[in-house]
Design a protein around this ligand. Structure first.
Ligand code: ZN
Length: 264
């Protein structure tokens, strides 16, 4: 069985948009979905697919709910010995305000506990790290919006202080990003911040060690795959969710007909 999933993992589709394409993968372990932005796209956006429309988001949550797979949260992965065989976890990177605006009510309706990875030094500010690459500016949740997010039963994790490539920083700077963001979010919001997410998915063995020493229980990467009890807690795998573009739809059709032919 293990070997089968090992082989299968070579064929994980690149992006998630509909459940049907991921059905077999999602039964093989715990699947973590990575969202960024929800709702209408502003003009001149470069990475259009990272905006998932409100209606698609609603449909996706509904599909996941209907799938019968347990809807989990990252606390369920804190202890590998207690990790369920499979299940779905919803994560959001960067803490965008549009997730609060267009997503929160659907998460509450579908009883999904999602986590927003927050930049502790950027509350209520904008995605300056994308803007320097020419990306459209987007506001990040303010302190009061994060309080509402938490009051609605959702979770927060740390994405560091300033969206830095942690492996490129000095040890002292990397530790500061990892430790101070946790302390700051915990002091401000009065909740335990147990989960970390590496900005840009960038980590090194030393960075991973700091995350563990700082007292986080898990950390998310951008590597694709499902999570098993032997998956490193500070190297959890995820699937990026995208709004399907036309070429992506063609690609899906090709992959799924190949898959049906092979594993009928
Ligand atoms: Zn990020």
């Amino acid at each position: 069985m293990g070997f089968f999933y090992q082989v299968m993992s070579d064929y994980y589709p690149e992006y998630y948009s509909h459940f049907r394409q991921f059905k077999s993968f999602f039964h093989s372990g715990v699947s973590i979905l990575t969202y960024h932005k929800l709702g209408p796209r502003p003009v001149r956006v470069r990475l259009k697919g990272l905006y998932v429309s409100e209606s698609l988001f609603k449909r996706q949550l509904n599909e996941l709910r209907q799938s019968g797979l347990p809807l989990l949260n990252l606390d369920n992965l804190s202890d590998p010995a207690k990790q369920p065989n499979n299940g779905i976890i919803v994560t959001f990177d960067d803490g965008y305000e549009n997730v609060f605006k267009y997503g929160l009510k659907h998460l509450v309706d579908e009883k999904v506990t999602a986590i927003q990875f927050i930049l502790a030094d950027q509350l209520g500010q904008a995605n300056f790290w994308d803007a320097v690459l020419g990306e459209a500016p987007e506001r990040l949740m303010s302190e009061s919006q994060i309080r509402e997010w938490l009051a609605a039963g959702q979770m927060i994790g740390s994405h560091g202080l300033r969206h830095s490539m942690l492996s490129k920083l000095s040890a002292a700077e990397a530790r500061e990003e990892i430790y101070a963001s946790k302390a700051k979010l915990e002091d401000l919001f009065g909740v335990e911040v147990s989960h970390f997410c590496y900005p840009y998915g960038d980590w090194s063995p030393a960075v991973m060690e700091y995350v563990s020493q700082a007292g986080y229980k898990t950390a998310c990467t951008v590597e694709r795959g499902t999570n098993h009890p032997d998956t490193p807690r500070y190297g959890l795998k995820r699937f990026t969710v995208r709004y399907p573009t036309r070429s992506l739809k063609v690609y899906w059709r090709r992959i799924s007909s190949w898959w049906r032919g092979k594993y009928k």
